[in-house]
Design a protein around this ligand. Structure first.
Ligand code: AMP
Ligand code: MG
Length: 501
């Protein structure tokens, strides 16, 4: 394996989270590891963050990204949070992660730098605080793939081996991932404060989140002496905005066939970014009930359930913030319920717009909704590949056309083409939109597993690096058609993903 021997400088921390009340976190350093080795370093992301490689005064990359050395200005801590896991409320917190601090990028953007797999914390419960190389590489690959697909996501800066073994279903090489997010504030962070802290903290943390992600609501917050006064209307509108971001996120996932797999409220961010890539996977053959996660036996987080779950999660946020929504809690509850009941219509509108774009329809109406449903029904019945169906329609080469040559599909296609005549610019313009909306390449499960097996177990990164390169330009056409286009028959049938915890 190629060890990366680099030094990294350019750290520019400002740690607003560590200035918050210590009820929200525990100051703790990552646990040192035996023999750190840097195996992945995301140079493009480092550049965006203002980090500089090979600087004389920089720190050894393996040491920093394994948690052995703390970069200047960092103030490591583990965040406290709670969450609903598969519907059940529980206390959680960073059990194997350490926030080093917030890097202020050259653009002015503030991002969390967090180590994952970096050792035990007071929130570890029974866990060992560690992560396997396999699962950290998986998160690196898929989070970066989502980012390049144009979907809000945490990003991955580095993976370092710890030189230690991690016992799971068998022994694995241990590793630490450095993940970068615009914050790690979760619905579960608010639930924690509501359940286990107090209303003053709920107010000040609401203020903090507004400053960090929703400055448009700052006008609704004023201070009177030591106390914060918050306009209940601003809180309601804040939740509405979070709901909109979560809706956009799920619609985007559905655009590319992504199944997060563990949409617990602790994995739902206020920023609207995807985080916590555990058992996630991409759907190949279209079926709305597709689930890959071994623990999701009820299909709670299946492909099509993701929308309803997003609404449920935002409901938990509203519940946590209810004390700030007005003195009369009954009226507050009613307003919150009223707002949440707007979710299905909001989702439907955004989903229809997105599906319209997948088919080159700029302003899809009711009739188009029917056309789309017929296509979905056909895909489900035929077990047609979701990505390839839209690639085929987008005039991209699909090598095995068995599914799409059939009469039923061709009849549907004729009706769709007739419909396209009503579009300004006709089919040509439609195709331009479609080729920007429908990816050519997604992380196909069989390719991900092949790459991870080589890299995670045999320390051979050839396939991993190749796959990552392709996934950096998912909408362009590249010389890799066959594998991406053709999932081995039956491969997905028994495919299961694991949390890797
Ligand atoms: P997740 O399912 O990855 O979102 O994690 C749920 C909770 O379990 C979080 O509080 C994690 O910090 C914690 N956790 C997961 N894996 C470990 C581990 N190996 N050691 C300690 N805590 C863990
Ligand atoms: Mg989590």
């Amino acid at each position: 394996m190629k060890k990366l021997n680099i030094k990294v400088g350019g750290w520019n921390f400002d740690n607003s989270y560590s200035r918050l009340s210590d009820k929200l976190f525990t100051r703790i350093k990552p646990q040192k590891v035996k023999a750190p080795e840097l195996v992945l370093f995301n140079e493009e992301l480092a550049w965006e963050m203002g980090l500089k490689k090979s600087e004389k005064q920089g720190l050894n990359g393996a040491e920093v990204f394994s948690g052995n050395a703390i970069p200047p200005g960092a103030e490591p801590l583990a965040q406290a949070y709670a969450g609903h896991q598969f519907g059940h409320f529980t206390m959680l917190g960073d059990g194997r992660a350490h926030l080093l601090g917030e890097q202020i990028c050259p653009s002015g953007k503030r991002v969390d730098v967090q180590l994952k797999g970096s050792g035990r914390t007071p929130y570890s419960r029974m866990g060992d605080g560690r992560a396997t190389l396999y699962s950290m590489l998986r998160e690196y690959l898929i989070s970066e793939a989502l980012y390049h697909l144009g979907i809000p996501s945490s990003r991955s800066l580095a993976v370092a081996l710890t030189g230690e073994q991690v016992p799971r279903e068998r022994m694995h090489p241990g590793a630490v991932l450095t993940r970068i997010s615009s914050s790690h504030i979760r619905v579960g962070t608010f639930e924690y404060i509501r359940q286990f802290v107090d209303e003053e903290h709920l107010k000040s943390f609401f203020h903090y989140t507004v400053q960090r992600h929703y400055p448009e609501f700052e006008d609704g917050i004023s201070s009177r002496g030591e106390n914060l006064e918050i306009d209940p209307e601003a809180v309601l509108e804040f939740v509405r905005k979070v709901m909109e971001k979560q809706t956009d996120l799920v619609v985007n996932w559905m655009r590319v066939g992504f199944i997060h797999g563990v949409m617990n409220t602790d994995n739902t961010t206020l920023s609207g970014e995807t985080i916590d890539y555990g058992p996630c996977a991409f759907m190949n053959d279209y079926h709305p009930k597709t689930v890959f996660s071994s623990i999701d036996t009820q299909g709670r987080y299946s492909f099509a359930n993701q929308a309803g779950i997003a609404q449920w999660n935002v409901g938990c946020l509203a519940g946590a913030l209810l004390p700030l929504m007005g003195e009369n809690q009954e009226t507050a509850l009613e307003s919150a319920r009223d707002m949440l009941s707007g979710f299905p219509a909001l989702f439907r509108k955004k989903w229809l717009k997105m599906m319209g774009q997948k088919l080159g329809l700029s302003n899809p109406g009711k009739e188009d909704g029917k056309l789309i449903s017929e296509l979905m029904d056909w895909m489900e019945k035929e077990q047609a590949d979701y990505t390839n169906t839209f690639r085929y329609l987008s005039d991209r080469e699909v090598t095995d056309q068995t599914h799409w040559n059939g009469k039923e599909f061709q009849n549907w296609k004729k009706r769709w083409e007739t419909r396209l005549q009503n579009e300004t610019g006709g089919k040509d313009t439609a195709l331009q939109t479609m080729q920007k909306t429908n990816p050519n390449y997604i992380p196909r499960n069989h390719l991900v597993e092949e790459a991870l097996e080589d890299a995670g177990l045999k320390a051979d990164f050839t396939k991993f690096n190749f796959l990552m390169e392709v996934l950096k330009a998912p909408y362009s056409e590249q010389q890799v058609e066959k594998d991406f286009n053709r999932v081995p028959i039956g491969w997905d049938d028994a495919y299961q993903t694991f949390c890797g915890t």
